[in-house]
Design a protein around this ligand. Structure first.
Ligand SMILES: Nc1ncnc2c1ncn2[C@@H]1O[C@H](COP(=O)(O)OP(=O)(O)OP(=O)(O)O)[C@@H](O)[C@H]1O
Ligand SMILES: [Mg+2]
Length: 310
């Protein structure tokens, strides 16, 4: 559905996007993750045909953004990181304007607008002025706009930025709904944990280069990073270190005797956790709780992106 071939953008002597290569299959949900200034917006703008690549190309369903930008526009729904202000425009007028820009026949527009408003939960705001909407509502309206022409590929540049926790959850639910419609989605964020369980694959960009890509599982493998498992143990805590030190994939064991917990860093897959636990239980260590440390994904992100931009 989307192929990036050595996609590059230079601003004077700054290379904002540096020979990106990427392949997205239909239905894939790709999380495009990177710190501020990494080149996410620049990449997405090139895909949205708003910026011309300095070098390389991107193909949307086989159509080149360089050679056929007009044709690409009908295939994509683009949600920018910040969108313009529209004074004196009502919600339905805003959508009607874009629907006509997408050359949707007048007689179809009204029911179509009803559909996208229902999907984004904005029906009650149909006759409100755009400037009266809250930020979260504006963001949903913008998403509604990208869906009007039913494009197979959505390019969403930080759709959840600036939203409160509830609005973020609502935005996620909305995106999950879109995922079920079979659309291919590229979504950017600087928070890996926010996208990890939602995306089929993720790519981490830093200083214009893709430093890792694949499933979260594959990235952990590629980069040789470790996972951290937090264990809660009611008896046998003193034996944990001896047992686990024998295991090749275990990198570190930190025991907190007072709390009755233990943090195990290991370089394996999630599935290997079962083997580690079996070993402990067989040795009489009473493990009552085991979970992957939530801060792990943040740590992964910090280690993969070594602060090159800063
Ligand atoms: N119009 C421009 N002219 C010159 N440099 C630019 C321009 N737009 C972006 N840049 C530079 O390109 C680099 C990438 O910026 P970009 O906006 O793509 O980053 P980003 O990953 O989207 O960051 P953020 O998370 O802050 O949105 C930055 O160093 C930025 O300063
Ligand atoms: Mg950006």
């Amino acid at each position: 559905m989307l192929d990036l071939v050595n996609l590059t953008k230079r601003y004077h002597d700054l290379t904002a996007v540096d020979h990106l290569n990427l392949h997205l299959a239909p239905g894939e949900i790709f999380g495009f993750i990177g710190p501020n200034g990494a080149g996410k917006t620049t990449t997405i703008k090139m895909l949205a045909t708003l910026l011309r690549p300095t070098e390389g190309d991107a193909l949307v369903d086989g159509v080149s953004v360089v050679a056929k930008p007009e044709q690409v526009r009908s295939l994509i729904g683009y949600m920018p990181d910040n969108f313009g202000v529209y004074d004196d425009v009502k919600v339905w007028e805003y959508l009607d304007f874009f629907a006509s820009a997408y050359r949707i026949p007048r007689e179809q527009r009204s029911s179509l607008i009803g559909d996208v408003l229902a999907l984004t939960d904005l029906r009650i705001k149909r006759d409100a002025f755009v400037e009266e909407l809250s930020r979260g509502m504006k963001q949903r309206l913008c998403l509604a706009k990208t869906l009007l022409h039913d494009p197979p590929l959505l390019l969403l540049d930080e759709p959840a930025s600036g939203l409160d926790p509830r609005a973020r959850i609502e935005m996620r639910e909305l995106l999950k709904q879109l995922r079920r419609t079979g659309k291919t989605i590229l979504i950017s964020s600087h928070i890996l944990s926010e996208l990890a369980d939602f995306c089929t694959t993720v790519g981490i960009i830093e200083a214009g280069r893709l430093v890792a890509s694949g499933s979260v599982e594959e990235i952990i493998q590629q980069t040789g990073l470790t996972r951290t498992l937090e264990l809660r143990i009611t008896a046998g805590l003193e034996r944990v270190e001896t047992v686990l030190r024998e295991v090749e994939m275990v990198r570190d064991v930190v025991v907190d005797a007072d709390a009755g917990t233990c943090a195990v860093s290991f370089a394996g897959e999630l599935d290997d956790v079962a083997d580690l636990l079996k070993m402990l239980l067989d040795d009489g260590v009473r493990v009552v709780q085991a979970m992957e440390s939530a801060s792990d994904l943040e740590g992964l992100f910090m280690r993969v992106t070594r602060g090159q931009v800063a």
